[in-house]
Design a protein around this ligand. Structure first.
Ligand SMILES: *[C@@H]1O[C@H](CO)[C@@H](O)[C@H](O)[C@H]1NC(C)=O
Ligand SMILES: *[C@@H]1O[C@H](CO)[C@@H](O)[C@H](O)[C@H]1NC(C)=O
Length: 530
């Protein structure tokens, strides 16, 4: 009886003790991107709901106040960033080579870190922390190299443990700062249009991208961030870069439905898509009616928040319009950021400036999603089992699209080859074959099969780091080795030197023996002739 009572009360006791511990947590989410923000905010909102005390620097503050979740509003970044993107080096509106994309990144990091640190909400927060000597128990930080923010806030808040969040797949830089083994031979660069099975040329590129990105970060970002930290926070013994290499744990908002098997140390955990909504917002009446009444299905067309439908090149736009008009029974929902109608808009196309993407993808009549293949959009398509026609444009979209192609759950359309014929051809394939949907079902099942929902897993790990004071036992010793020690270059060189030395000694001995022999022979010969 007593035992039984314990079993009943034990979980209750656990819940109570867990709730009684509320941590003071600072979130630093500098990316001016709606899709990057959603997975991270899903974690901090859930932490606040559990009773932790959150202060979060984000460009996406909640519209209604959330209990225990104080937003430090840096939403001004969006407009500033859009303005800056008119500059060629910031553009997100056209396809760039991977090298060009990498070399543009420092300017973007500088722009964001500088503007964030110069903004009054953040200045105010720094002042408040310093004046009241506020300590935090933990920092949650988006692991994009804004180390001035990470270093500065760590130092003034008492150097609490840091949990990193990543809203794309692990990249070579995160592999390096978390001490993961580097294998560009079968781990493609996350900006590369390759699977994990690469040709010689692809492997060569994968290696070059890795080296080039590290070079760019070391030469053009590290010192800049260091100076910025000193300017805004003061002089510290430890550098911003050291902080970067001292993050306790990395939570990755992805899984093997969107990436390939690769080595991750215990301080890197893929938890799955964090931003999938538990409760969908209802569709607006007009859209709901349009979708409900579509007897032959609905195609959803949206090129994400960076690539505006309105700035989409004219001839590519008309290629889509013409192709859609050839399937008059299939309805199309087009996210179009303008108040006017599309020029030449056919009857089966419905345009709207803003659309609740997850609610649309969850509608039973949806048959296809035409997307840039940003990771978050792709994750939604996989969650709601919708085949995808990917039109990758920049960043990790090519990698995502290649993975999609690999799974058979979608097709890819080359941005430079958007013509009426190519679009028509792809649409026909989707509308006449069930294989994409079948494959999407398989991928979706893989993504959903996990011991705990993604947000719960993330929270478990955050609290794990809190419970174990930064969990230093997770930290691999690879982080304290030099690269030539880690990859055993010094050992191989040593072994090679020993072998060489042995060979030289053997050669020396043989030479000696040989010369003694020849002297003897010579003497013998001399004696004979004498
Ligand atoms: C929560 O954090 C804020 C700082 O943002 C602080 O003013 C407040 O006292 C904290 N509350 C608790 C209960 O620790
Ligand atoms: C690394 O992080 C731990 C907390 O997890 C902290 O105690 C330590 O001071 C940090 N070291 C550096 C060099 O920042």
């Amino acid at each position: 009886m007593n035992k039984f009572r314990f079993i009943i009360y034990a979980p209750l006791f656990l819940i109570l003790t867990e709730e009684s511990y509320a941590a003071n947590i600072l979130g630093i989410f500098p990316a001016a991107s709606y899709s990057h923000q959603q997975p991270m905010l899903a974690v901090t909102h859930a932490l606040a709901k559990k009773g932790h005390n959150l202060t979060v620097i984000t460009p996406n503050p909640s519209k209604v106040p959330v209990k225990n979740h104080r937003d430090v509003d840096i939403s001004f970044l969006y407009e500033k960033y859009a303005e800056a993107q008119k500059d060629k080096d910031f553009t997100m509106q056209e396809k760039l080579s991977t090298f060009k994309f990498f070399s543009n990144l420092p300017a973007i990091f500088h722009f964001l870190s500088t503007n964030i640190l110069n903004s009054s909400p953040v200045k105010q927060l720094i002042k408040e922390i310093k004046e009241n000597n506020i300590k935090y128990d933990l920092i949650i930080y988006e692991v994009v190299p804004h180390s001035a923010l990470l270093g500065g806030f760590s130092e003034i808040t008492g150097n609490p443990p840091v949990v990193g969040v990543l809203t794309m797949n692990e990249n070579s830089n995160t592999d390096i700062i978390f001490g993961n083994p580097l294998f560009p031979s079968y781990v493609p660069c996350v900006l590369q249009h390759s699977t994990d099975k690469m040709s010689f040329f692809e492997r060569f590129n994968s290696l070059l991208y890795m080296i080039y990105y590290e070079y760019i970060l070391k030469v053009y970002n590290a010192d800049f961030q260091e100076r910025l930290m000193k300017e805004h926070f003061g002089n510290f013994q430890r550098t911003a870069d050291e902080k970067n290499y001292n993050i306790s744990l990395l939570i990755v908002s992805s899984d093997l439905a969107f990436s390939y098997p690769k080595p991750n140390n215990p301080n890197v955990v893929q938890v799955g898509p964090l931003h999938i909504k538990k409760q969908l917002e209802p569709l607006p009446q007009d859209i709901k009616k349009w979708m409900d009444e579509a007897e032959n299905g609905v195609i959803y067309f949206s090129l994400g928040s960076n690539m505006k439908g309105t700035s989409f090149p004219e001839e590519k736009r008309s290629a889509f319009i013409k192709a859609f008009s050839k399937f008059p029974k299939v309805r199309v929902l087009w996210k179009w950021e303008a108040d006017t109608k599309l020029p030449g808009q056919p009857d089966n196309v419905f345009v709207k400036k803003w659309l609740p993407q997850q609610s649309i993808l969850a509608h039973p009549n949806i048959v296809l999603f035409i997307s840039q293949a940003g990771l978050q959009s792709l994750q939604e398509a996989v969650h709601y089992v919708v085949p995808v026609l990917a039109v990758p444009i920049y960043g990790d979209q090519e990698y995502n699209a290649r993975k999609l192609l690999d799974t058979g759950a979608g097709l890819e359309l080359d941005f430079y080859n958007i013509t009426y014929e190519s679009v028509y051809d792809k649409l026909e394939k989707f509308l006449t074959s069930t294989s994409y949907k079948e494959n999407m079902k398989r991928v979706s099942a893989i993504s959903k099969d996990r011991p705990m929902p993604p947000v719960d897993t993330a929270i478990w790990w955050v609290e794990y780091v809190l419970r174990h004071n930064g969990a230093p036992h997770l930290r691999p010793a690879s982080l304290s080795l030099k690269w030539y020690q880690l990859y055993m270059v010094d050992l191989f060189l040593f072994i090679a030197a020993v072998i060489l030395l042995l060979l030289l000694i053997i050669r020396f001995i043989f030479k000696k023996i040989f010369s003694i022999f020849s002297i003897l022979k010579h003497k013998e010969h001399k004696q004979k002739t004498n």
